[in-house]
Design a protein around this ligand. Structure first.
Ligand SMILES: Nc1ncnc2c1ncn2[C@@H]1O[C@H](COP(=O)(O)OP(=O)(O)O)[C@@H](O)[C@H]1O
Ligand SMILES: [Mg+2]
Length: 203
């Protein structure tokens, strides 16, 4: 049987990596075979593209370049890692997916949400997730959790992050069946309980 494909989305500092790790651990403890991966990256070529994207020195990179680089890294990840794992019956927990591209480059960067979703779903035919958990919280709360200067995307500031957040929420409204919006401004335990509930419905 095909495994379940679970995506964790949200702005920077929303707790995606923390919760994706918790979820993968929890599924494994319940006897499921789990693969956790991250975007961009997750393959040899994808990690090199990730380096280009997150390099703080590339400040002149325009949203359309970001868009194509993210899609390139993702194409590699879907073909090489996600699809084969699902076919082998493994659950895949992915920290970010093409909804991030739709929220960041699409909504905040001006490329447009519909265009990004069209290319991801109709042209690239990326695998569709069974559940997308959107960790939602105000950008200022997320910012307060972080120490250090942040990477190139994180440095764009709160106004940008607010547009990203609204982008995610607007995608969630269009995709009610797949998306679960989770209040991520609460303690990890509470966020995790809701995440587990959302995932259990798809198992
Ligand atoms: N619910 C939470 N409450 C408080 N701090 C959290 C919560 N979830 C995550 N954190 C902390 O916030 C920081 C960012 O979390 P992380 O999982 O790296 O977010 P993301 O991957 O979405 O950028 C980490 O230091 C993490 O330990
Ligand atoms: Mg992370």
């Amino acid at each position: 049987m095909r495994g379940r494909f679970i995506v964790v989305e949200g702005i920077d500092g929303s707790g995606k990596s923390t919760l994706a790790a918790r979820l993968a651990e929890d599924l494994a403890l319940r006897g499921r075979r789990v693969l956790r991966t991250r975007e961009p990256g997750g393959t040899r070529i994808g990690e090199r593209v990730r380096g280009l994207l997150l390099n703080a020195d590339h400040s002149e990179m325009v949203p359309l370049t970001e868009f194509f680089l993210f899609m390139a890294s993702r194409a590699q990840l879907v073909e090489q890692v996600i699809r084969p794992a699902l076919r082998r019956g493994m659950d895949v927990v992915c920290d970010r997916y093409y909804y991030s591209t739709a929220a960041y480059q699409g909504a905040a960067g001006g490329v447009g949400i519909p265009g990004v979703l069209h290319i991801a779903e109709k042209v690239a035919r990326f695998e569709r997730p069974d559940v997308v958990a959107l960790l939602d919280l105000p950008p200022a709360t997320a910012r307060a959790r972080r120490s250090g200067p942040g990477d190139r995307v994180e440095r764009k500031g709160l106004v940008y992050q607010k547009r990203v957040r609204q982008g995610f929420l607007s995608i969630a409204r269009r995709e009610r069946r797949r998306f679960r919006v989770i209040d991520a401004a609460r303690p990890v335990e509470e966020v995790f309980r809701d995440l587990r509930k959302a995932v259990d419905r798809a198992l």
